[in-house]
Design a protein around this ligand. Structure first.
Ligand code: PLP
Length: 394
């Protein structure tokens, strides 16, 4: 038996384990310290009432012979796919039901989609980035070309026609930087991918945080994207499903490469390797798209958005350079006084008892930056910003 040698090339992921070790050591030495955690990317507001009620009713159905559900369709129940279809219709995007695949979250599908592509494709990945894109391609032994995202390009790198690529990752609103591509920028990517005969893997996990109506919430809003892009989305941040697990992937039928339809390949892949998302969870997810569910989820997103606004206001006031925070739950700050990512992390932890995430953990271009999230509690967010304000004034 030979192992997959590519696993030897994976870098050990020290980021979150190092953060939690540093935090618990500090907490042990300072048991009275009131730590404020703005590092986590997980939500804190519970599921909305509409989803909870729908899942309770679905539980009852499952306990009765006449309404019990066994194996469901691997690509998701029609009732949920119709809801997703309606959600996209509101964005002006028309999707066929068979272009929508229900998943157990965006992370799984972002990894699984690679089953469709050959090993010798060149993969273009912006740096800094959500680490899943990098690691899943290293596992498959693919060559990765990194694209520099930095303050000069607003952490929104554009394609370089001189750099060829076959698979392109875009994440907008971005994790970790909070930057969001506008329509013209996405158009440039669609044009580039079309010219390269490449596929764009578009991660829209944070689309619900976009409040500026001029910004695209889906790459499918760009003409021609249905011939070059797959979109991944999730109920995790939109509706607090991080622990409930549900998402959806849009694979347009117009995606044809080497005479093969990616949509048919993905259906074949899913029906072979996946047995669907639980009925109960899909009922909860469908409730998110009801008028009541949408209203409740918007309230939660608005709460996080206000946290982000409070953070941006504080950074503006004290002259810390930042991006994100406007159409995103992430605020990406340049560490003050030329400090490195870990240096500023340690300063915030030890001196201000605030926990962030060092930008360096998301790629080399993250060095010198720190990610803070708006998923915390309001009072804690205000308190953390006051501590940063006071320290900067000193
Ligand atoms: N994509 C991005 C950019 C993320 O930041 C995350 C989670 O943090 C995911 C995908 C994973 O989403 P899910 O919970 O649906 O697997």
């Amino acid at each position: 038996m030979k192992i997959n040698e590519n696993y030897r090339n994976l870098k050990e992921s020290y980021l979150f384990s190092t953060i939690s070790r540093k935090v618990s050591e500090y907490q042990k030495e300072h048991p009275d310290a009131k730590l404020i955690r703005l590092g986590i990317g997980d939500v804190t507001i519970p599921l909305c009432g509409a989803a909870v009620e729908a899942m309770k009713a679905a539980c009852d159905e499952m306990g009765r012979k006449d309404s019990f559900h066994g194996y469901g369709p691997e690509q998701g129940y029609d009732f949920l796919r119709e809801s997703v279809q309606g959600y996209y219709r509101q964005k002006g995007v028309s999707l066929g039901l068979d272009e929508i695949f229900i998943s157990d979250g965006a992370k799984s599908d972002l990894g699984n989609i690679l089953d469709l592509f050959g090993a010798d494709n060149r993969v273009l990945i912006p740096d800094p980035v959500y680490p899943v894109y990098v690691d899943t391609n290293i596992m498959a032994g693919r060559e990765i070309i990194y694209l520099d995202a930095n303050m000069e390009n607003g952490f929104l790198p554009l394609p370089d026609p001189g750099v060829p690529a076959d698979i392109i990752y875009l994440c907008s609103p971005n994790n970790p930087t909070g930057a969001v591509y506008n329509r013209e920028q996405l158009r440039a990517w669609v044009d580039y991918a079309t010219a390269q005969n490449a596929v764009i893997l578009f991660d829209a996990a944070y689309e619900a945080f976009i409040s500026d109506p001029s910004l695209p919430e889906s790459i499918m809003e760009i003409e021609g994207a249905d011939r070059c892009a797959i979109e991944f989305c999730s109920f995790s941040k939109t509706a607090g499903f991080t622990g409930t697990r549900c998402g959806y992937t849009i694979v347009p039928k117009n995606l044809v490469f080497d005479g093969m339809k990616l949509n048919s390949m993905w259906l074949r892949r899913q029906t072979t390797k996946f047995n669907g998302v639980p009925y109960i969870v899909q009922r909860g997810a469908a409730a998110v798209f009801t008028p009541e569910g949408l209203k409740q989820c918007k309230e939660a997103v608005d709460y996080y958005r206000e946290n982000a606004r409070i953070m941006c206001e504080a950074f503006q006031e004290v002259g810390i350079e930042y991006i994100g925070g406007k159409n995103s739950p992430y605020v990406w700050i340049r560490c003050p006084n030329g400090m490195g990512s870990w240096e500023y992390f340690d300063y915030l932890l030890h001196e201000l008892n605030v926990v962030g995430t060092p930008g360096e953990g998301f790629g080399k271009n993250g060095e010198g930056y720190l990610r803070l999230t708006a998923f915390g509690d309001r009072d804690n967010t205000i308190e953390a910003m006051n501590r940063i304000r006071n320290s900067m004034k000193k």
